[in-house]
Design a protein around this ligand. Structure first.
Ligand SMILES: [Zn+2]
Length: 345
């Protein structure tokens, strides 16, 4: 029997590769913008957008700390601003919102480049081997929900598929994608990868209303000056990122039914670095709705990090999952990178 194995990736799955968690985001942007080396264009973008965002935030919050490391979780902050704006209690413009999204885009893009600069290749090879083993396992039918903007997982799947000529089929994002270099429609593949929060890899032409995929593994750049839409020649703006608010109620890639379907059909669910934070309430309840429909005893495996390797503490974070299965949940608390090193050795 073939098992449907669903993998859910959260911010913790990227942390070991140099990407910030929600509560580290502003600090990361600050560190990058303050780096002493010669500033690249991308670093200057971070610097400029961080200053703009700081100015907006200081006009709203009089007690915003001086140190960026003490700023709140950016998803929570974004949700609050969005709630205030939608109630008409905050005068913040679409242009202000764009500055926030630009800051996210440039900061995470820079993280991809830094990751390569700091000898990230070896770490990435652990990641690739892990994905390769998943895709080669004939007894399991894998699918992936990735809640991150970064594209480590996308790149790993793409490289594994190309390396092994596993039918050379690209992954399936469950939306129609076009190749940004030639505007050809990308064939739908057999690996389902859903990125409900958008991705640095995906861009949208607002005129043609179609999505583009950037093929090159480590070139995320959808540059608003240099990348014209291959269909209408209009400039494509930044990558399609869904601003991180509670309800994501902006034009969205979220295919609620697809997520519920994947969760409800799963025999096994492996959750990597995602602890259902309260500021991601929409995703949390989509997954719960899927679990409610799932009448199997799902096998849950949790890969998380606890500095004391305290399984009980981690188990506590996920106790609601126990409502959906009689099976014993499996826990790993050493962090994703250590897990990859062990599982591949
Ligand atoms: Zn267009």
């Amino acid at each position: 029997m073939v098992n449907n194995h669903l993998y859910i990736f959260g911010a913790g799955s990227s942390k070991d590769f140099g990407f910030p968690l929600g509560n580290e985001f502003f600090e990361k942007a600050h560190i990058l913008s303050a780096s002493p080396q010669e500033k690249t264009k991308s670093i200057r973008h971070i610097e400029r957008n961080l200053k703009a965002v700081e100015k907006i935030l200081r006009s709203i919050f009089h007690n915003l700390p001086d140190e960026h490391e003490h700023w709140p979780n950016f998803e929570e902050l974004f949700s609050l601003l969005h709630a205030l704006k939608s109630k008409g209690e905050l005068n913040i413009t679409e242009n202000d919102i764009k500055k926030f999204v630009a800051l996210i885009f440039h900061t995470l893009s820079a993280c991809h480049f830094m990751f390569l600069d700091v000898n990230g290749i070896k770490k990435f090879s652990y990641y690739k081997d892990f994905i390769s083993n998943i895709l080669k396992n004939a007894k399991e039918n894998p699918s992936f929900i990735n809640l991150n903007y970064d594209y480590l997982l996308d790149a790993a799947i793409e490289e594994v598929v190309n390396d092994n000529s596993l039918n050379a089929i690209p992954q399936n994002y469950k939306i129609d994608l076009y190749n940004v270099s030639n505007c050809e429609k990308i064939t739908q593949g057999r690996y389902i990868l859903i990125k409900p929060h958008g991705s640095l890899k995906i861009a949208k032409c607002n005129k043609c209303e179609i999505f583009f995929y950037v093929r090159d593994t480590f070139v995320p750049r959808i540059d608003n000056k240099r990348t014209p839409c291959p269909k209408c020649n209009e400039s494509i703006t930044y990558s399609h990122l869904i601003p991180p608010t509670y309800f994501k109620n902006v034009p969205t890639l979220i295919d609620a039914h697809e997520i519920i379907k994947l969760v409800s059909n799963a025999h096994k669910i492996t959750i990597i670095g995602y602890s259902f934070p309260p500021y991601d309430i929409e995703m949390k309840y989509l997954i719960f709705r899927g679990l409610f429909k799932n009448k199997k005893d799902v096998l849950f495996k949790i890969i998380d990090f606890d500095e004391d390797n305290d399984v009980e503490k981690v188990r506590n974070k996920y106790k609601f999952l126990q409502l959906f299965t009689r099976k014993k949940m499996l826990f790993n608390t050493e962090g994703f990178l250590m897990y990859l090193k062990h599982v591949n050795s």
